[in-house]
Design a protein around this ligand. Structure first.
Ligand code: ATP
Ligand code: MG
Length: 362
């Protein structure tokens, strides 16, 4: 989709009810500066309006009840090139989680999402209204959750997950408005852990990239960036990356250091549609284990995790004018996204037929 970043917030074994009152009341420090109100219509949909700007709508969502996969779209503001080529007006925001895409050729196409973030939406809006807070709460409770961003190159995936390209080139202000979803999710995670002082938590994190079909450890890449092997575990009945570095994270700063280190080591490149294009898919994983004492002296152990996936965007190489190394990367990116598409449609086919997901991804 043009100018759109789509997230899938996927949770395993759960039926999260997003937008419940606790989700909205539990604003983090960032939200204190934002003036907004939400209202629920008779259909159960939810909107955030910009009270400073003639009540212009910023977010609309449709509530579709009990679903453990949540799909939302963020439409970024047009850049200078797109304004020049008059690409404005192609997307119409209909409210109720719907957008209409009309390029003037053929019939306009209608798309429905759990939530639609319009161009004025802020980084904090994404945390508050995408359903991600609910996933973090679930990971703390021992569920395995995944948030992933996909979309065409230059659509704003990395901006949404980590922030604008130069944010980490020098030490960013701790509460910068530009911080992306991962930083905000970390803050929210630590806020939750502090509220559960009776539980003993251990956090670890890993960060890898898949570059030209090879898995590279972003926390321990080595000078020659030697790829790691992906193996099948009979015990867990799932794939895992052998010898992947995991870092103990006692403090919030440790998690932020993992994020910064991974961003520094990640493969970036430049082409006609994005000066700071991600040339690899990345997965940042936070592993959360906990032990909770009960009254009868027994401990309840939980083991959850949360994956943040930033995919490299699909490319029309005619438009990006990729050549040489960038073209090889583009071919690998496009191929891997095609295979991912096959996987998602086979999984949803199985789910549709049997009404439950049968594969869990480690
Ligand atoms: N919501 C937004 N507001 C302002 N600028 C944005 C927004 N989203 C993206 N941008 C800017 O658009 C440019 C492209 O965004 P970004 O690099 O995040 O795209 P991407 O989808 O990750 O692309 P790729 O697949 O090539 O990695 C960046 O300069 C980014 O800062
Ligand atoms: Mg990117």
């Amino acid at each position: 989709m043009k100018n759109g970043t789509t997230f899938i917030s996927k949770s395993v074994n759960s039926s999260p009810n997003h937008y419940n009152s606790s989700t909205q009341e539990n604003n983090s420090n960032f939200a204190d500066n934002i003036s907004f109100y939400t209202r629920s219509s008779e259909t159960g949909s939810l909107e955030r309006l910009d009270v400073d700007n003639n009540s212009q709508r910023i977010i609309s969502s449709s509530s579709n009840g009990e679903d453990n996969i949540h799909v939302v779209v963020r439409v970024r503001p047009l850049n200078a090139r797109e304004i020049k080529t008059k690409e404005n007006g192609l997307i119409k925001f209909l409210g109720n989680g719907q957008i209409m895409f009309d390029v003037g050729i053929g019939k306009p196409r209608l798309f429905s999402y759990n939530a639609v973030f319009e161009p004025p939406a802020t980084q904090e809006d994404i945390l508050q209204f995408s359903g991600v807070k609910k996933l973090i709460e679930m990971a703390v409770e021992g569920f395995r959750c995944t948030i992933f961003c996909y979309g065409q190159t230059g659509s704003g995936k990395t901006h949404t997950l980590t922030g604008p390209p130069k944010l980490f080139s020098k030490k960013p202000a701790p509460y910068s408005e530009q911080h992306g979803l991962i930083f905000r999710a970390f803050l929210y995670l630590f806020q939750l852990l502090q509220e559960k002082s009776e539980v003993h938590f251990v956090l670890k994190a890993s960060f890898l990239e898949i570059y030209n079909e090879k898995v590279i450890d972003l926390l321990n890449p080595g000078i020659r960036r030697k790829p790691l092997a992906v193996r099948w575990s009979k015990k867990c009945r799932g794939f895992f990356v052998e010898n992947l570095f995991t870092v103990d994270c006692e403090e919030l700063d440790d998690l932020i250091a993992v994020l910064e280190e991974g961003i520094r080591n990640r493969s970036m490149g430049r082409h006609n549609m994005n000066d700071y294009s991600s040339r690899s898919h990345t997965i940042l994983t936070v592993y959360i284990t906990s032990e909770q004492p009960t009254d009868d002296g027994v401990f309840i152990s939980r083991s959850g995790k949360i994956n943040f996936v930033d995919l490299a965007g699909s490319e029309m190489t005619k438009k990006t004018q990729s050549a040489g190394k960038t073209l090889q990367e583009a071919n690998n990116i496009n191929n891997s996204l095609m295979v991912l598409g096959y996987c998602i449609s086979s999984l949803s086919e199985v789910k549709r037929k049997s009404n439950h997901a049968v594969v869990s991804c480690e």
